[in-house]
Structures are given as structure tokens and as C-alpha cells.
Design a protein around this ligand. Structure first.
Ligand code: NOJ
Length: 565
């Protein structure tokens, strides 16, 4: 297997609006990030992924870009950006930008022109159609509720938006659009950025003729999915981008591609494909969805056996043929410890460390989302007025219109709102968690910042933060953590997730108790004899007089053993 820097890296994701405010306006900014570069370096991460910072009216916190070549004034200036890039490079870290190529803002000059008249030269930069039978051109539903079509009186036509109506989809069938986007990607690469996370890249091609979806047994949000996701044309377009632009730079790329399994992912990341290095897969993000056809809000408890099945499939199919991007949360998902661990005391700390062990011991590049390294949790705001996310607000409105009781809607929001991940980074126990000096931040801070914050985490040698540091350090020391082949043990065990990793003469045994109970782990002697082994890391001190052959695990205990042959 080819060894490269982006396989050996650990990525840290920053959601800039919520990371650190430097000028007291309640909104995070680039100088705020600059002030925390030493913190990131100390944690040991190699690559920083920054969610969009381009000029934007901010209907979707920057994922609605109105100028790809400018920094939004709320985040700072291009000089601040240059300083940030230099600051990262000077500390041996790299910068990955988040680029939205599927759509722009409805305030982008291309769209302002496009909507003016049917014969405007920019008309075909977007996807316009006439209505059908007095309604929209087809029955597709947007990710953010309602039709994907927005009627525009001026030309008596509809434009397509898979996300909010402020995010019109670009028309990738137009070569002029492709040229503009390629030039822009090149421009950022020439500035020296080290890679891209390509937002919603699975959707840049749509089914020819934009036909109606005809699987009404599924909920509106998922039924048209296959008509605008992972189509063959996406691959042709990405290969074109690769051959014309990406190929010439030593960068890392990751695409956001929901709705696929590992075999299909190989079409994006296969070593021979000339497309992307990694994709973000979503199968484990839907384990708590009530059914394959239901949307994200219909939540049921997830099962460990399902998690093992999904992750093991990705680990084994991609091994030697592609590369995994591993993550447990991001700016669109609930907090990992609240969802896959246990955010109630006394379990928050051990379960966050157990999940961190899981994340770092899988084959693939680990992505840490800001605040995960201190065990930040979901938030419970009682009133919808405290929520800011466009998806959450649209869902709330739609459910109210459908007559769903307020309490039921809020329960789903508490579990699944994207704002769970977007409350400000908790730097200290002071007012506004040290995020801003303003009286209030753009979104309320989680009240638990008095307990859960960076200052406390750095001070306390047993903290989740120090545990992450150690995991990151170990990854740099042992090639088996990066490149070792994965093999699942105990596929049917309801509480224990155990697996081995094997590379040349090294073998790892990873034992994770995903429960608050105390199951006994029977040592798999055939996978690794329990002699001459080294305990690389654990979230508990070993007990005295342990019987490794029948090892009682404590709540959320994690152990990683190394053996050299
Ligand atoms: C995926 C991004 O991660 C999400 O935050 C955004 O709302 C949509 N794409 C639309 O750009």
C-alpha cells in the first residue's frame, strides 16, 4: 500500500463561526483561529479543515457562497487568511479548505444575472425549468424541507435548490460553469492551500430530464435521492477536475458523499480512479434512523452490532484499494459522546475516551471535530427561538404546520439538530465560555461550559484532551495504527467491539466496551497470545491481579495492546 502524508495525518475540523471570536462581535473569526494555533499544535493535529469562510450572506453559515475569491468580512480579511495559512505552515500544519461546488448563494453575481431574463448569458449557470400542471417541474424534496424548486416571478420559471432556496444549484452541464470553477480551485491552490473538502459533491450531476421520483413509500426527503446522487456523470466531472487541476498539486481531498456503500465509494477513491483521496460516508450516521426510508429526525436507539457491521465493511473493502475518512461527528451531526457514548456523569469522560480510541485505531484518516477533544455534549434549548440552523428551523415550521405536538418536535431537535455541534467552543468557565467578550454569542453557549472547557482539560492530566494527545502521538510512533489490516472479533457481542490490526511483524488488539455494564472479555488467544504484550493505551489503570483470559471490563473501558512477532 502506498504510504503518504495524508494517510498518516490527523485532521481537526473548525467551524469558524463557533470557534473563537477575536473582535467581540459574538461571531468566531480568522484572528480567533490564529490565536489558537498553538493550542492546535500542542494537541498534535496535522491538518486543519476550516468550514467555508468565503463571502456569504450566511443563510447556511457560509455554505451559501456569494464570492469564491473573497473572505467574508464577518471572518476577517484576505490578509488574515494569508497570516493563518503562514501560521499553520510555520507550525508544520496544513490547511484544508471547504469548497461548495454544487451551489452558490442566491446573492452570487452569477445568480443575480441568471434570474434577470431567459436570454441572459448567465441564465444557464443554474437549473431553470417551467412549472408543470400549475406546480413545480418535478416532485423532488429539498434537504431542508419543501420542494427543491423555487418559483421566480420575473421570468415565470422555477430554479432548482437541493438545499435552501438561498442556495441555487449550479448547472454542471454548462462548460462555462466548469471553467469558472476549475479556475477558482486553481487560484486557491496557487495561494498554497493543502487540500479541499468538497461539499455535497455527490450531487453535482442530476438525472437527465429531471424525472419525478416514483418511490412514494419513502419520506419526501429521501425518495428522489438516487436521481441526484452519485450518478456516473459525477465521476466524469471529478476526473476532469483531477486531470486539469488537482493532479498538479500535492494535496489531500475528501468528498462529502452520502448514500453509498464502500464498493461505490471506490469509484471516488479507488487508487486507479484519479478523483478524490477519501470520501465521508454516512452509513453509521443513519444507524439511529427509524428505517431506511425515514429521514434523520425519526430517531430510534442504534445497535452496536450494526455499527460493527458498517464499519467492518468499510474497513475491509477499502483496505489496499482506497482510504477511509473516519469521523464520529461534525458540524452537521450530534455530538459523538451524546450519540455513541454516554454524556451523563460518571460516564462522559470514559465513554469519550473510548470513542476516541475507536476513532484513532481504525484504518483511515481520523477527523476530530472541534470540542470533541474535551468531550463537548449536545445542548438542550427549551425554546425554538434559541436555535439558529436553517434545517432545524424549517423542520420545526413544517412539523408545526403538520400539527405535530411541540414536545415531539423539540425532542427530535434535542437529539438531532445541527446546532448541537454549533454551540461555541468552550474555552473556559467564564461568561460566554471564553468564546467571545460580547454579552452574547450568535448562538447561546452550552451551560455545561462551567464544567467542560479547555482550560480545565489542559490542567487535568487525566482529561479527555490529554488522552487525544496521546492517541495522536501513538499514531506517529506505530505504523500499524495507520496501515495495519483490520479484522473484526466477536461480531455478535452486544456490548464489546473488538478488532485486530496487522502490519508486518506488529499486531494490535483493540478492546472497546460500548456500554455502562461490565461484560467479560474472553481473550482471543488464536488472534494474539496474551504474552509479551504491551498495553499501549487505556482509559482506566489496569486492575491488580488481572486474568487477561477472562477480563471483566469496566464501563466504557478501552484497551489497546501491541505485540511484536
Ligand atoms: C453539507 C454541509 O456539511 C452542510 O453544513 C450544508 O448545509 C450543506 N452541505 C449544503 O452546503
Amino acid at each position: 500500500m502506498k504510504r503518504t502524508w495524508w494517510k498518516e495525518s490527523v485532521v481537526y475540523q473548525i467551524y469558524p463561526i463557533s470557534f473563537k471570536d477575536s473582535n467581540g462581535d459574538g461571531v468566531g473569526d480568522l484572528r480567533g483561529i490564529l490565536s489558537k494555533l498553538d493550542y492546535l499544535q500542542d494537541l498534535g493535529v496535522d491538518v486543519v479543515w476550516i468550514c467555508p469562510i468565503y463571502q456569504s450572506p450566511g443563510h447556511d453559515n457560509g455554505y451559501d457562497i456569494s464570492d469564491y475569491y473573497k473572505i467574508d468580512p464577518a471572518f476577517g480579511t484576505m490578509e488574515d487568511f494569508d497570516e493563518l495559512l503562514e501560521g499553520l505552515h510555520a507550525r508544520g500544519m496544513k490547511l484544508m479548505m471547504d469548497l461548495v461546488l454544487n451551489h452558490t448563494s442566491d446573492e452570487h453575481p452569477w445568480f443575480l444575472e441568471s434570474r434577470k431574463s431567459k436570454d441572459n448569458p448567465k441564465r444557464d449557470y443554474y437549473i431553470w425549468r417551467k412549472g408543470k400542471n400549475g406546480g413545480p417541474p418535478n416532485n423532488w424534496e429539498s434537504y431542508f424541507s419543501g420542494s427543491v424548486w423555487e418559483y421566480d416571478e420575473r421570468t415565470d420559471e422555477y430554479y432548482l435548490h437541493l438545499y435552501s432556496k438561498h442556495q441555487p444549484d449550479l448547472n454542471w452541464e454548462n462548460p462555462a460553469v466548469i471553467r469558472e470553477l476549475h479556475d477558482m480551485v486553481k487560484w486557491w491552490l496557487q495561494k498554497g492551500v493543502d487540500g479541499f473538502r468538497f461539499d455535497a459533491i455527490a450531487h453535482i450531476a442530476k438525472a437527465k430530464g429531471l424525472p419525478d421520483a416514483d418511490n412514494p413509500q419513502q419520506t419526501p426527503t429521501v425518495r428522489a435521492y438516487e436521481l441526484f446522487s452519485n450518478l456516473d456523470d459525477v465521476h466524469t466531472l471529478l476526473q476532469d477536475l483531477y486531470d486539469n487541476v488537482l493532479y498538479y498539486y500535492d494535496i489531500m481531498t475528501v468528498g462529502e458523499t452520502s448514500g453509498l456503500g464502500p464498493e461505490e465509494a471506490l469509484c471516488y477513491v479507488g487508487d486507479d480512479r484519479r478523483e478524490l483521496n477519501m470520501t465521508f460516508q454516512f452509513e453509521h450516521m443513519f444507524l439511529d434512523a427509524a428505517s431506511a426510508g425515514s429521514g434523520k429526525w425519526d430517531v430510534v436507539p442504534w445497535k452496536l452490532t450494526d455499527l460493527k457491521e458498517v464499519i467492518s465493511r468499510w474497513q475491509t473493502v477499502l483496505h489496499g484499494r482506497g482510504w477511509n475518512a473516519n469521523y464520529l461527528c461534525n458540524h452537521d451531526q450530534p455530538r459523538a459522546v451524546s450519540r455513541f457514548g454516554n454524556d451523563q456523569e460518571p460516564y462522559r469522560i470514559p465513554s469519550a475516551k473510548m470513542l476516541a480510541t475507536f476513532l484513532h485505531m481504525l484504518e483511515g484518516t481520523p477527523y476530530i471535530y472541534q470540542g470533541e477533544e474535551i468531550g463537548m455534549t449536545n445542548v438542550v434549548f427549551d425554546s425554538i427561538d434559541d436555535y439558529r440552523d436553517v434545517e432545524t428551523l424549517n423542520y420545526y415550521e413544517e412539523q408545526r404546520r403538520n400539527g405535530v405536538p411541540e414536545a415531539d418536535i423539540m425532542r427530535a431537535i434535542h437529539l438531532k439538530s445541527r446546532d448541537n455541534a454549533r454551540t461555541p467552543m468552550q474555552w473556559d468557565a467564564g461568561p460566554q465560555a471564553g468564546f467571545t467578550t460580547a454579552e452574547s454569542a450568535w448562538i447561546r453557549v452550552n451551560p455545561n461550559h462551567e464544567r467542560i472547557n479547555v482550560e480545565e482539560a489542559i490542567r487535568n492530566p487525566d482529561s479527555i484532551y490529554h488522552y487525544y494527545k496521546e492517541l495522536i502521538r501513538l499514531r506517529k510512533e506505530h505504523a500499524v495504527i495507520v496501515y495495519g489490516a483490520y479484522e473484526l472479533l466477536l461480531p455478535d457481542h452486544p456490548q464489546i467491539y473488538a478488532f485486530t490490526r496487522k502490519l508486518e511483524k506488529s499486531r494490535l488488539l483493540v478492546i472497546l466496551n460500548f456500554s455502562s455494564e461490565e461484560p467479560v472479555f474472553e481473550w482471543p488467544v488464536e488472534a494474539m497470545e496474551p504474552e509479551d504484550i504491551e498495553l499501549l493505551i487505556s482509559n482506566y489503570a489496569p486492575q491488580e491481579h488481572e486474568d487477561l483470559l477472562n477480563l471483566p471490563l469496566r464501563p466504557y473501558e478501552a484497551r489497546v495492546y501491541l505485540k511484536r512477532y
